[in-house]
Design a protein around this ligand. Sequence first.
Ligand code: AMP
Ligand code: TRP
Length: 326
Amino acid sequence: MSRVFSGIKPSGSVHLGNLLGALRNWVALQDEADTVYCVVDLHALTVPQDPEELRASTLSLAQMLIAVGLDPERCTLFVQSHIHEHSEGAWLMECTAAFGELRRMTQFKDKVEQADFISGGLFTYPALQAADILLYDTDQVPVGEDQRQHIELTRDIAERFNARYGETFVVPEAVVPPAGARVMDLQAPENKMSKSEDSPRGSISLLDEPAAIEKKLKRAVTDSDGEVRWDPAAKPGVSNLLSILGAATGRKPDEAAAGIERYGDLKAATAEAVVELLRPIQARYHELAADPAETARLLAVGADKASEVASATLDRARRNIGLLGR
Ligand code: AMP
Ligand code: TRP
């Protein structure tokens, strides 16, 4: 069975784009592969964090992942910082990656322009990500298009390490969902949906109340030609609503348009579908949130499973690179 690994950062609320573009796929993969999913709290440290908030959002993200359908019995679900091999592996990766390769990462270049404090960790972030992936002998990494470059770098690092020190790591590949799996901002449909903190009216959080969801969809930007038709280039707003409606009801976006003639009806149908999609997720989330000890227990089980694989891989890497055993 192939091994799948992916990670998600505990920063801000999980939104509809995360669910439809990534998490639903993570859930489905549990039936097909040996899946390992990680809440990457160490990655969140590349920018300054409020300690209490980071702790709370790490726990809450884990609860949300279980609520959307990750089953700790069928997958390995754990918190990155619980497995010290990630930090140690990151050093081996940093020493295998070239400075020039890290400098070329577009995510780093973008962030450098925006941030007023640039940590060393922001620069070496992709090396930590490579460690995450390589520690689990990963075959496939389901990620969004924006992460493709990091997975390419991970492959290069794995190949270079194997060539220098002997066969050590499995060389993984990225699995990127097809176009259309991207959910766009409701107010600015040329941008992808991002955290509600950044775009309060354009983003639907998985924890939004039904009334808030209806309001945001009612106010979603459309266009003036008045025709309900799937055409992302010419009609980004309407097409985004059709993608969301289709994804929420298990249809292709162009099929979701059938029988809907007015924008008002499209918005109402989309709101209803999203509310129904989120209702059981929210109920499960609130149950889990009421019992943090149970989540902690599940994460400890996940950490035990993860530790077994990660420590074996790191031992192999330590030996091959020439570190003295004790
Ligand atoms: P992020 O919230 O950027 O850390 O992303 C977590 C996961 O959700 C990644 O696999 C992203 O590719 C995916 N994702 C984030 N935003 C969207 C979006 N608007 N549409 C589809 N997928 C998304
Ligand atoms: N960098 C990824 C993001 O910003 C998160 C991530 C960290 C990740 N480690 C990973 C994704 C390993 C896939 C595999 O979304």
